[in-house]
Design a protein around this ligand. Structure first.
Ligand SMILES: [Zn+2]
Length: 304
């Protein structure tokens, strides 16, 4: 095994095998690469470019990929994957950064999420391809990564690492990523896997989506522990976490949700707490699953 640092400033900590410096993170700001640190570049998640070219933002039936769109887990503004000027500029930029550092590790290489991108250019490209919608997206991602790989590995002769989001099952449907396509193009993969600061319900939403895909037409029930037997009251999930998770599992396709408690009275406590979370339930209206919120609202009569 090897151990590295992954940092936002060009400084190397002692005691590691290698260092990865975020020369262009998703916020879009750019810093010069370092000759002795790998360079990390986010391609399509790019707040600066999105601000300068708002018409380049990725489009979908659930709205554009601005970071304020609660229908998706977007933490930054994401550009259309086929925007030609951005693609060309990033190719040259990535090659230049590769030449000035030991190699390039990429983030944000893919379509924003499921349903993206439905802009007129993407629609025309898809029609012209003769492929299914999902296969066309896969081809776009793979073809572009082949070009980037050629720039970094063949031209700059540097190490190349592709980063993907933590979803092993549904990355094809969501992002247009096929891991077998990308494997020959990259030296290694990177999966950013854990951050308390990241939206943690991401993982449970991802699991729901994954099981839904694998179970096909058989309905999927999920169980959420509200208060398990012997659970430490200080460590059970907050009602607000369970409310958020329920909405996100609902929009990812769960057909049924079970709330587990040791005692029936704990269900009532939970219902009361959910009813009291008026602001949160209001906020979640933009998250794309009204059915769950209507169900929670029906508890107002139960606990009054
Ligand atoms: Zn597009």
């Amino acid at each position: 095994m090897k151990f590295g640092t992954y940092v936002f400033e060009p400084k190397k900590a002692e005691g590691f095998d290698f260092h990865l410096f975020r020369v262009k993170p998703e916020v879009g700001r750019r810093l010069p690469p370092m000759s002795d640190m790998y360079s990390n570049i986010a391609i399509f998640g790019d707040n600066v470019t999105a601000r300068n070219h708002p018409d380049w933002i990725s489009q979908s039936p659930l709205g554009p990929a601005w970071r304020t769109n609660d229908n998706f887990n977007v933490r930054w503004d994401i550009l259309c994957h086929t925007q030609p000027e951005h693609r060309a500029e990033q190719l040259d930029y990535i090659e230049d950064v590769a030449r000035h550092s030991p190699g390039v590790w990429l983030n944000s290489i893919h379509f924003a999420d499921h349903g993206h991108c439905t802009c007129p250019r993407c629609h025309a490209l898809w029609e012209k391809s003769g492929l299914s919608w999902l296969e066309w997206r896969r081809k776009e991602v793979t073809d572009y990564m082949r070009e980037v790989s050629e720039r970094v590995r063949d031209r700059a002769k540097k190490k190349f690492v592709i980063g993907v989001l933590p979803d092993p099952v549904s990355s094809y449907e969501r992002f247009g990523i096929n891991f077998d396509d990308l494997a020959p193009l990259t030296d290694e993969f990177l999966v950013v896997m854990f951050s308390k600061n990241y939206a943690t319900p991401w993982y449970w939403e991802m699991l729901t989506r994954g099981f839904k895909k694998l179970f096909k037409d058989v309905p999927l029930n999920i169980a959420l522990y509200v208060f398990g037997p012997g659970d430490n009251p200080a460590e059970v999930p907050a009602p607000s976490e369970l409310v958020t998770l329920s909405v996100r599992a609902g929009r990812a396709g769960a057909d049924g949700i079970l709330y587990l408690t040791d005692k029936a009275s704990q269900i009532w406590d939970f219902q009361k707490a959910v009813v009291d979370r008026v602001e949160l339930r209001e906020k979640l209206k933009t998250y794309g699953c009204q059915e769950v919120l209507d169900f929670f609202k029906s508890w107002e009569k139960v606990v009054e």
